[in-house]
Each structure stands twice: as structure tokens, then as C-alpha cells.
Design a protein around this ligand. Structure first.
Ligand SMILES: Cc1ncc(COP(=O)(O)O)c(C=O)c1O
Length: 573
């Protein structure tokens, strides 16, 4: 194999005629397709591998996606007449820190495709005068036209495509030499897939950590870390941000959240927290003097305080539903809902132990007395199937950082059509007003809002750093599919239930608990030794009241549950 020349050793004579620009553009357009073709028959495992400390195929291709940020910046500089172009980072710190080897190839290619498409689209719109503009390249120490720069990027693309190919060939060869047979088709090395069994490596969980606490906060997908780093870098060059981009990320996120919820994109607002969403519902739902708001006993505070406040100001009353021994929440709720009820504010499952609320049945009863249904689905959305059409909530909210796997500080609020046209948002953001897309007319004040639930969007909803991370999270959830996630987690909670029963813990009957989240209760109470023992074993669960809450996700294996029970056996029984 011929060793390729170092990129920084290359010299350039820039003499292409201007009418070569379309052909150069074609090369730039084609890079993501070339990259996809290059790795299409290569096992994912080989694409992750470095050779002699040189970048792997993923790192070479990820580097091209990383550099499209610099490309955006330099394009802006050419067009703005900046005399000297921004310098590339000679240490390539973004690529070094991005963890490309942990990102699935499919996501990496998608990022390359998206970044490249956005940039090349802008190049396509240039005229001859613009393509002929000149700026000084700081490393090459020579002037270049925009055309020359485009050619230079195409050469750089080819350089890294060639390195990526060599990395895969070297990885395959070293595998064969090491005797771990790789057939011509690589059939003995199974590529990492989106499939349920092999997904731990997609997350940032070190060996030795047994994380069974998704109900507290999801560990981070490596692809989300990469998206976050990219987003922080993009935020550093605000002059490349176009006006439509203030809205496009939020719209993509809204539409992905709608798909997970089973709603239309118009019905979803972006909110910072459940407390914000519940306050929005409380500000809009009517409550007459003497009417009641029904909540569950020991409900999470974000779905309680706003209702207590509303009851106080409107002279209403909060009714707390208690569950008798052997009774489920649905039955207890049906007994509490009556003609005095104005609002029923419930979760899909209780946050302490996963005990289930049958939302279809409760929804029907709520509508039957003319009350409104508000759901906090933070402990279920993304891991538990919900039929929105049948449940028909007035408002439904969820945080993004638990079962939706996203970043902290960005959640979702579904609003039924009835409240979208007349509802009053908590805050009066300029961004939620009709016509805010036209930044030149912001002081043409208007009483109208943007369409649908957008009126309830939080201030500064574009969230330039969090939104790309949340988008990556929801794409992954949709790629797996909530039905498959729930089925996989159900197998894990069943194992927990079985081991718990064998170890003399009390567990709710399967019909009364959700499939993804389970609380187990030691009959003689939780030992004071337990937190220390869990910590020493690096096992993470939550203790909520008298319940040990176990919240697995696709990164868990049966051995994690076995380890948890080893620790429990040492302390609780
Ligand atoms: C059921 C439930 N709702 C909401 C939240 C978070 O609420 P907020 O977004 O208001 O901080 C949590 C956090 O643990 C929760 O378990």
C-alpha cells in the first residue's frame, strides 16, 4: 500500500478556470456518498479501529463532518470580504474529542450528509463574481479564490477518504493476522447494529458501572455527546447562523417529539421543565369555586404544587387519591373522579415504583364528568407505548432527559387542539408571535401567535446547543421504536420481578405495573447498609420511599440485574 502524503506537506497551484466551479461542486456534493460506499461492506468493528495510532475510518470521516463548520465560516469570510481566512486548528481538537469511534456509522454518515448538504447548497447559489473573490489562506500563506478554496476542500475530502479506506484495510488485515478469522465478506465479525442486544456501546457508560437508573437521568448516547460538541462549536460562529436556522432546529425537534408522542407537530410546544408545562396547563384550565383537582398520593412535586396554588387562588380543592392494599391506581382514581372534578392530573406510571395508571379508562371517566385530563408522562414517554388518540389528554408533558434520553433542560408539552387557538402562554416571547421569522419587522407588534401549540413554546426555544442533542436522542428512540424498547425492557423488569419474588420482596402484580420500570419492596424494610453497598459495587438504582426503584434501558444486560440482586442479598434479607 502506498503511504499517502501528509496533508500539510501538499502544495497547490491554483489555476482552474472559473467555469470549472460546477465540476468542483460535484466532487464536494459526492463526498458523503463516497464515504457511505467506502464503508458499506465493512464491518462496523473494523471502522472503529485505529492503526499505528492513526485515525480510524470513522475518525477520518467524522473529521470531514467536523470541518464543515469551518467551511461555513470560511464561506462567510469570502463573501464578507474578510482579508485573511480563519485558521484551521492544527491539533484537530474537535475530532480528537468527538469520540467518533463510539458513534454508529449510520449516524456519522448522516451528520456528514446533513452538514455537507447545508454548505454545498450555499455554494450552489453563488455567481461568478462571488466565486472569483479572493482571501488569504493563513497556513498556505498564499491568496486563493473561492473557487480554489472549494477545490482545496475537495482535495482534502479525497485525502481523508483515502485514509479511511486504508484504515479499514489495515484493520481487516490485522484481524486476519491475529487469527480472529475474517472471511471475505467479514461474516465472522458481526457489525454493530441498531439491534437491541448490542447497544451498550452506543452509550457513555464505562465498564464496571451498573446503571439501572434511567428514571433518574439517562446516561448519554455517544452520538449526543458528538452532537453537543458540534453544536457548541457552531454557536462559536454566530455569523454563519441564518435567520431560518433560528427556527429549523426547533421545528425538526417538534416534529420528532410529535412522532414519539403520536401527535401532530403543530400540537407540541418546547418547554424547559415539567413544572413549566403544568403551570401552563394550570393557567389555562378552568376551575370554579368548590371544584376539585385529582392527583395521586406521593405524586412527583412538579405535578402537585401548581395545582395546590391554583386551588388556593380559585377556592378549589386538591383531592389526593390513596391506593388501598391490593387496589390499583386506576380503580382508586375512578372512585375519586366525580361531578365536582374539574381536572385530573396523573402520570402514566407512578414515579416511585412504576405502578401503572390505565390512561384510556381514566381519560374516559374524566371526560364523562366534563373534566380536563393532564398527564405527566416523564416516567414513561419513550419507553412505554401510549395511544394518544384513545387517551385524549388536554395537556401531556414529559422531561427530555429520562426515557427520552436527551439533554437536561428541554422537554415537551402536547396541547389538544381545543387549547391551541385561545390558550394563554406563561410568557410573552417575541419568538412565539406570528411573523417572528421576519427579523426586520419585530416591532410591528402583533396580538397573533405562531400556529398551533407554538404559542406555548418557552422563551429562547431555539436552544442552539440542546436542540441538536435532543434531536439525536429522539432519532435514536424512533430508530429503535418505542414498541421494541418496551418489549426489551419488559424482559428485564420481569427478571427483576422474578428474582425479587424469590428473595422475598413484594412486587406489584404484572397487570398493575409498567413494563419498563419496577419498584421492589423488601418485606422487612430497606437496610441502612444498602446505599453504601450499592455504591461500593458501582450499582445505581434509586430508593424512593419504601421502594427500590429499578429502571433499566437497552444498555443493560441480565448480568446487571444479577449483580444488583447479589448486593441486595448481602444487605436486605
Ligand atoms: C414524574 C416526574 N415528573 C417530572 C420530573 C421533573 O420535573 P421538572 O422538569 O419540573 O424538574 C421528574 C423528575 O424526577 C419526575 O420523576
Amino acid at each position: 500500500m502506498i503511504k499517502p502524503v501528509a496533508w500539510t506537506a501538499r502544495t497547490f497551484t491554483f489555476d482552474l478556470p472559473l467555469n470549472m466551479f460546477p465540476a468542483v461542486l460535484e466532487r464536494l456534493h459526492g463526498t458523503p456518498a463516497d464515504a457511505a460506499e467506502l464503508v458499506s461492506h465493512v464491518a462496523e468493528e473494523l471502522c472503529n479501529r485505529r492503526w499505528n495510532e492513526k485515525w480510524s475510518a470513522k475518525e477520518n470521516l467524522g473529521h470531514l463532518a467536523d470541518l464543515d463548520l469551518l467551511n461555513e465560516q470560511r464561506l462567510h469570510e469570502f463573501l464578507a470580504g474578510t482579508p485573511v481566512l480563519s485558521a484551521a486548528d492544527p491539533k484537530n481538537r474537535i475530532t480528537e474529542a468527538a469520540g467518533h469511534n463510539q458513534v454508529p456509522m449510520a449516524l456519522l454518515l448522516e451528520r456528514l450528509r446533513t452538514n455537507r448538504f447545508n454548505w454545498v447548497r450555499k455554494l450552489e447559489a453563488l455567481n461568478e463574481d462571488e466565486v472569483a473573490r479572493t482571501a488569504f489562506h493563513p497556513r498556505l500563506q498564499q491568496p486563493m479564490r473561492l473557487l480554489d478554496w472549494a477545490y482545496f476542500v475537495a482535495e482534502h475530502d479525497d485525502h481523508h477518504l483515502a485514509l479511511a479506506r486504508q484504515a479499514t484495510l489495515n484493520a481487516a488485515r490485522s484481524t486476519a493476522v491475529a487469527g480472529s478469522a475474517v472471511g471475505e465478506t467479514g461474516e465472522k465479525i458481526q457489525p454493530t447494529t441498531y439491534g437491541i442486544p448490542t447497544d451498550r456501546e452506543l452509550f457513555e457508560i464505562p465498564d464496571g458501572v451498573t446503571y439501572l437508573n434511567c428514571a433518574n437521568m439517562a446516561p448519554q448516547l455517544r452520538s449526543i455527546t458528538a452532537a453537543g460538541i458540534n453544536a457548541v462549536r457552531a454557536k462559536a460562529i454566530p455569523w454563519t447562523l441564518s435567520t431560518p436556522q433560528w427556527f429549523s432546529g426547533a421545528e425538526e425537534l417538534r416534529s420528532l417529539a410529535a412522532q414519539v408522542i403520536g401527535a401532530d407537530a403543530d400540537g407540541v410546544a418546547l418547554v424547559p421543565a415539567v413544572s413549566y408545562a403544568i403551570a401552563t396547563a394550570a393557567a389555562n384550565l378552568p376551575l370554579a369555586s368548590g371544584q376539585t383537582i385529582v392527583v395521586l398520593d406521593q405524586e412527583f412535586p412538579s405535578n402537585v404544587y401548581a395545582w395546590r396554588e391554583l386551588a388556593k387562588t380559585k377556592n378549589g380543592r386538591v383531592v389526593t387519591v390513596l391506593r388501598k392494599a391490593g387496589e390499583n391506581w386506576t380503580k382508586a382514581l375512578l372512585q375519586a373522579i366525580d361531578e365536582t372534578t374539574a381536572i385530573v392530573a396523573v402520570p402514566h406510571c407512578h414515579w416511585t415504583d412504576g405502578s401503572k395508571v390505565d390512561l384510556e379508562v381514566v381519560g374516559e371517566s374524566t371526560r364523562g364528568v366534563g373534566a380536563a385530563l393532564v398527564i405527566d408522562a416523564s416516567q414513561s414517554l419513550g419507553a412505554s407505548v401510549l395511544d394518544l388518540e384513545r387517551v385524549k389528554p388536554d395537556f401531556l408533558t414529559a422531561v427530555g432527559y429520562k426515557w427520552l434520553l436527551g439533554p437536561y433542560g428541554l422537554g415537551y408539552l402536547y396541547v389538544a387542539p381545543k387549547w391551541r387557538e385561545s390558550g394563554i402562554p406563561l410568557e410573552q416571547s417575541w419568538l412565539t408571535r406570528a411573523g417572528s421569522e421576519d427579523f426586520s419587522r419585530l416591532v410591528d407588534y402583533t396580538d397573533d401567535y405562531r400556529a398551533g401549540a407554538r404559542r406555548f413554546d418557552m422563551g429562547e426555544f431555539p436552544q442552539f446547543v440542546l436542540a441538536p442533542m435532543a434531536i439525536m436522542a429522539l432519532k435514536q428512540i424512533l430508530a429503535w421504536g418505542v414498541v421494541r424498547i418496551e418489549a426489551a425492557l419488559s424482559a428485564m423488569t420481569e427478571r427483576v420481578a422474578q428474582l425479587a419474588t424469590e428473595s422475598n420482596y413484594s412486587v406489584l402484580p404484572a397487570a398493575d405495573r409498567s413494563a419498563h420500570l419496577i419498584g421492589i419492596r423488601p418485606r422487612r424494610g430497606i437496610s441502612a447498609e444498602l446505599p453504601k453497598a450499592l455504591k461500593e459495587a458501582n450499582v445505581f438504582v434509586s430508593i424512593r420511599g419504601d421502594s427500590i426503584r429499578v429502571a433499566p434501558h437497552l444498555y443493560n444486560k441480565a448480568k446487571d440485574i444479577d449483580l444488583l440482586f447479589e448486593v441486595l442479598r448481602r444487605t436486605c434479607t
